[in-house]
Structure formats: structure tokens, C-alpha cells
Design a binder for this molecule. Sequence first.
Ligand code: ZN
Length: 92
Amino acid sequence: MKMPAKFNTYCPYCRKHELHEVEKVKKGKTTGLHWINRQKSRRGKIGNMGKFSKVPGGDKPTKKINVRYRCTACKKAHLRAGYRLSKYELTE
Ligand SMILES: [Zn+2]
């Protein structure tokens, strides 16, 4: 889906429609401290890795995109519920 990089939409801070810039939210780095990661590393990389050998990894065909809408009037950003898209592009 192509999406304009700037468009007029409702700002909850100004309580009216203002021009908004679309920002992509960077995916947060995993710290590697989750239990599942430790369990995975404990199992090693050789041989049958049990439940980690499963193919496919359970990835969905589409990814939820995370975008932030920044109001050009008050410079505040707000979020909206993410939606699933296979491809996401910003157009000028
Ligand atoms: Zn605003």
C-alpha cells in the first residue's frame, strides 16, 4: 500500500484536523534476555533443536506496520492501531 508522507488528519492534542507527518517506528531491539532466547541458546546449534527445529517459523504473510503520526502544528506524535500490510511505502 502506498501512503502519503503527509496528510491532514485529526490531532488529539490540538483537537482538530492538522497536517501530519508519517513516521515509521523502528523495530525495538531485542535484548536477548527473554526466557525463550535463553532456552534457544542453551540448546546449541547442532542436531535436533526440538521445538526450535520447526519450519516455518510461524511468520504471518503480512506484517503489522507501526507508524507514528506527528502533528506539524504542535509537534506531538500519536499512534493509531496498527494494521496488517504486505508492503508499505510512503509517497511524497
Ligand atoms: Zn497537534
